[in-house]
Design a protein around this ligand. Structure first.
Ligand code: SAH
Ligand code: SF4
Ligand code: F3S
Length: 478
């Protein structure tokens, strides 16, 4: 087996970052092949993803590299290489990871070839990495969100080393294009259009763990989507923490609406989704683009967070209750059938009953198609964590329950709106409960089940929506 110094010989290492990583993929391939020969079997991996769509997309990049190296997908945590791609947006996400690590330790005692890797947002927090070094020293590889493109290189180090490899960067301005990716679905894909966040909402850890906002070059985005379409993709989800501020920091600035117009032109692409939109940057230009587009889906995710202008200010969201309501009116006046969904936090420090009722009022007025409701979670290092007047758990629980009941009542009421109509459904999978049915999504993201077989997966089919059962439709092909 080659030694670490031989592989990391400066004379051999390519200067170009993508080429450098392909060099390490080749080096890792050799190491893995030797291990396979020794064991008489393939090495397996399992990538466990927590958190948002950004992390899901990052995991696809990890899987792409692992498969190029020669690993094959294994059975859950019995695999030879288990990776947790972590989220730290709320406390319970962190606790889940610590809980799983104890379990993994037992597995590792039984399989001496097993490697454990941790990456993602949680690893960008110093106290987490300290805890892992101290309490979980059996972990093999720890890296962060900024250097994920160096995965092959770090993996080579971990494969050839007996001690924990830790590599965390505080920030980066680099975007490395053209590394391998393995998609979870053949027909749809996430596409990063930007990384990081500059908004510093006072409760949120994301800007600290994902770094400053960086937009990808529109040419790289369009080229990636063209390749995806050639490879069978019909739906893309454009990803960014605040897609409405896309392009502002490029050398040749362009707006998100202009990017959407370029993507709309890509032949063979059928559906465009995006997330997440910040209300403060939602332009009239974007609403016009939505109204004109034939491909942008009829689903807008517009996080509200709170309906109280006073709390919104403390959250540093930079819009008022009235601004938000006006935006919703504008969207609906131009695109009446647009489904609107949201995120709401309950129990932000200093939230009074009156503030909470303002949130309930917005929920009532907007009639969201669905809403993700969260209990405020204190994130160390954010401004809100040191605010006085943290709300007692009993009060928060009571408000949360009332909000959830209201949100559910409204989404139930709204969910059957298309009953009787014929609509386009992108078929995603065979139904988990009944194999004679397939499951797909409408443009507005509603779920539809109808009789069909695996041959329909990835196709857009016209379906009559016969009946609405709570949160999904039952239909038939027309
Ligand atoms: N960039 C997106 C949100 C990413 S985080 C946006 O601005 O909309 C996803 C959601 O998690 C947020 O919308 C918020 O509702 C929730 N969230 C973030 N930090 C939180 C915290 N400290 N406690 C509870 N929920 C939080
Ligand atoms: Fe967090 Fe606000 Fe950035 Fe969204 S916009 S990721 S909530 S700081
Ligand atoms: Fe979580 Fe990181 Fe996404 S903290 S929500 S995985 S950006």
């Amino acid at each position: 087996m080659k030694k670490l110094e031989e592989i990391f010989d400066d004379k051999l290492l390519p200067m170009d970052e993508a080429k450098r990583q392909y060099y390490f993929i080749d080096a890792a391939k050799d190491i893995v092949a030797e291990k396979e020969a020794e064991l008489g079997r393939k090495l397996t991996f399992c990538v466990n993803t927590f958190g948002c769509q950004m992390n899901a997309r990052d995991s696809e990049k990890l899987v792409g590299i692992l498969e190029q190296i020669g690993y094959v997908e294994g059975k859950d945590e019995d695999s030879d290489f288990v990776i947790y791609n972590t989220c730290t947006v709320r406390e319970n996400a962190n606790n889940k990871v610590y809980g799983r690590l104890g379990y993994l330790h037992n597995k590792k005692k039984k399989n001496p070839h097993m490697m454990i890797g941790l990456c993602g947002c949680m690893m960008q927090e110093e106290h987490v990495v300290e805890t892992i070094r101290k309490k979980y020293s059996f972990v093999d590889l720890v890296f962060g969100t900024h250097n994920i493109y160096k995965f092959a290189e770090l993996l080579v180090r971990a494969l050839l080393s007996d001690s924990m490899i830790v590599d965390i960067w505080k920030d980066t301005d680099q975007i490395v294009e053209d590394l391998p990716v393995e998609r979870k679905y053949s027909f749809k894909s996430g596409v990063n259009i930007m990384f990081g966040c500059n908004n510093f909402c006072s409760y949120c850890i994301v800007p600290y763990v994902r770094g400053r906002e960086r937009s990808r070059n529109p040419r790289d985005i369009v080229r990636e989507i063209e390749h995806l379409v050639e490879d069978g993709v019909v739906e893309v989800m454009l990803l960014g923490q605040n897609v409405n501020s896309y392009g502002k920091n490029l050398d040749e600035p362009i707006t998100f609406a202009q990017l959407l117009e370029q993507i709309e032109q890509i032949e063979g692409l059928e559906r465009i989704r995006f997330m997440t939109s910040h209300p403060k940057d939602l332009s009239d230009e974007l609403i016009e683009t939505l109204a004109k587009s034939k491909k942008i889906c009829k689903h807008f995710h517009l996080p509200l967070q709170s309906g109280s202008t006073r709390i919104l200010e403390k959250m540093n969201r930079r819009y008022t209750k009235e601004d938000y309501l006006l935006l919703v009116d504008k969207i609906r006046s131009k695109v009446p059938d647009m489904a609107i969904t949201t995120d709401i936090i309950v129990g932000f420090p200093g939230e009074t009953e009156e503030d909470f009722l303002e949130t309930m009022d917005v929920v009532e007025k907007v009639q969201f198609d669905s809403a993700f409701t969260f209990i405020y979670s204190k994130r160390t290092g954010t401004p809100a964590a040191s605010m006085e007047e943290q709300i007692s758990p009993e009060v928060v629980k009571d408000r949360f329950d009332r909000l959830l009941a209201k949100v559910q009542e409204i989404s139930q009421k709204k969910s059957g709106a298309l009953t009787g109509q014929v609509a386009d459904v992108l078929v995603e999978e065979i139904n988990g409960q009944d194999a004679s049915l397939v499951t797909g999504r409408l443009s507005n993201n509603a779920v539809v089940h109808f009789p069909g077989d695996a041959g329909l997966i990835g196709k857009i089919i016209q379906v009559r929506l016969n009946e609405c059962k709570g949160f999904y439709y039952i239909g038939e092909q027309v």
